[in-house]
Design a protein around this ligand. Structure first.
Ligand SMILES: [Zn+2]
Length: 138
């Protein structure tokens, strides 16, 4: 399951609304404790997709490395990825599934007409995405 600080999810929602009608993206930094991934910071990354930013996202390797360096300097690790679906539901696309890795949380936010309407977190189990429980903490 995913545990996320309220200010982190609020920051991600603001970012998703700001970047509408394009997909926003970034990495979740935090810690793993048993079966819980605990998100303590959001690390924003530019959407590096060259021509389909409205329905695809891509995190450039250099941004991934930048996030990793920053996480290490804070004693954290990359525990997940977040991105938005402008005017689409908060469930993963086939494209999302093909590019996902196990042991990470994938938050997807649905942004309807510029406003975040819902979000859910997913994890890859075998070759399928399954929704995971999200607990918001102060
Ligand atoms: Zn997606």
């Amino acid at each position: 399951m995913l545990v996320i600080k309220r200010d982190v999810i609020e920051k991600i929602k603001e970012q998703a609304e700001r970047d509408y009608p394009y997909e926003t993206c970034g990495l979740l930094l935090g810690r793993t404790e048993g079966n819980k991934r605990i998100a303590l910071e959001a690390f924003e990354t530019p959407n590096a997709n060259p021509d389909r930013k409205h329905d695809r996202y891509e995190i450039a390797p250099k941004d991934y490395m930048r996030a990793e360096d920053y996480a290490i300097s804070k004693g954290l690790e990359i525990i997940g990825v977040y991105h938005s679906h402008p005017d689409h539901p908060d469930r993963p696309s086939e494209f999302d599934r093909q590019r996902a890795f196990p042991d990470l949380s994938y938050i997807i936010l649905s942004v309807q007409k510029g406003k975040v309407s819902s979000y859910r977190s997913w994890e890859l189990i075998g070759d399928k995405f399954e929704e995971e429980e999200v607990e918001v903490i102060e």
